[in-house]
Design a protein around this ligand. Structure first.
Ligand code: SD4
Length: 326
């Protein structure tokens, strides 16, 4: 049997638009012809632009995709004006900023933290969970202790702006997630480096004014993020409960394994939410995907989702996702 590398080389010589090969796992994958554009980095929402810039620096200095996605999303985590991630994130209903993050490397290793307070860059704690422990996920006080033991600094993440918004919210005290609530957007990032290896990261302060202790999809491997270096990666944004219910990002990657383009794979996962979840008119979910060939795409339930793309051809641009409801 031909090795995968041989297959890609032969496939590139073929004249058909694409042919079908077998992945190591036995599933069918499309092998697209033509030049593979590497590196590529994609990330969710407007704040993806600044995050991509940081990732791009690493990717174009022969860096690895794992470093690129970690350093990339740290930009959003550290920016107090990004009110949905890390420092300056909107707190829960009790006034606590609680953070969820995860990371996944090309070997299929992954690390995750959830319900973590007082640490500005949870994605880096997630990376340490992956690299220094035999575990995948550490939450709450245990995650904080792990971070402090490993040299992270304890910080107050509730900025005056977020505290003000919380106090305003307390006056109404209505627990209702709002579609595309302004500035409330998780960052998910996927990158393929010059060696063709894919990594991903996802980090968020979660739904605004959520119940204390609530954890969404973002730190759940397979829901908020999934990477299979044979096939591609996917990440999610929006109402985490809807994503978890269909193991969203894993579903997208499996669709790509079966031959769907990144956009079609995202669309299939969105259609599954539409068919199975009755409240779909009232929620937003967006998926973003990148395949082994450097192709990318997205799809969302509602219009309004966009993502930032940086490649050699498309220099860091924001692209509107297509959506189920127009
Ligand atoms: C969550 N998926 O905690 C996150 C929130 C989000 O855009 O993505 N907002 O459910």
């Amino acid at each position: 049997m031909k090795s995968r590398r041989e297959f890609i080389r032969l496939s590139a010589l073929a004249t058909a638009l694409f042919s079908i090969g077998k992945s190591k796992a036995g599933g069918l994958i499309h092998e697209f012809n033509g030049v593979v554009t590497k590196p590529v980095v994609v990330s969710t929402w407007q704040h993806g632009l600044a995050a991509n810039r940081e990732a791009w620096k690493i990717l174009t200095s022969k860096g690895q995709s794992l470093d690129a996605v970690e350093k990339g999303v740290r930009v959003a985590e550290s920016d107090p004006n990004v009110r949905s991630v890390g420092y300056g994130g909107i707190p829960d209903r009790d006034g606590h900023v609680t953070l969820d993050a995860c990371i996944m490397d090309p070997e299929g290793n992954c690390g995750s933290v959830a319900f973590l307070e007082n640490i500005m860059n949870p994605v880096s704690v997630a990376r340490l969970v992956m690299e220094k422990t035999p575990h995948v996920m550490i939450v709450g006080e245990g995650a904080l202790k792990f971070a402090l033991d490993n040299g992270f600094k304890k910080e107050n993440l509730l900025t005056p702006e977020s505290e003000k918004d919380w106090k305003e919210w307390l006056k109404i005290n209505e627990y209702k997630p709002v579609i595309n609530f302004e500035n409330h957007d998780t960052i998910g990032m996927l990158a393929i480096d010059n060696s063709g290896n894919i990594s991903g990261a996802c980090t968020t302060s979660g739904l605004s004014f959520k119940m204390h202790g609530r954890v969404g999809d973002s730190p759940i491997i397979g829901a908020g993020l999934f990477v299979d270096n044979e096939v591609g990666g996917a990440c999610a944004t929006g109402i985490g409960e809807a994503v978890i219910k269909i193991s969203g990002s894993h579903t997208v990657v499996e669709m790509m394994r079966l031959g769907k383009s990144p956009e079609d794979a995202c669309k299939q996962a969105i259609e599954r939410i539409i068919s199975k979840q009755k409240n779909n008119k009232d929620i937003q979910v967006g998926f973003l995907a990148l395949n082994k060939n450097g192709e990318y795409g997205a799809f969302s339930i509602q219009k309004g989702f966009n993502y930032a793309v940086d490649t050699n051809e498309i220099r860091n641009k924001l692209i509107d996702s297509d959506s189920h409801y127009k």
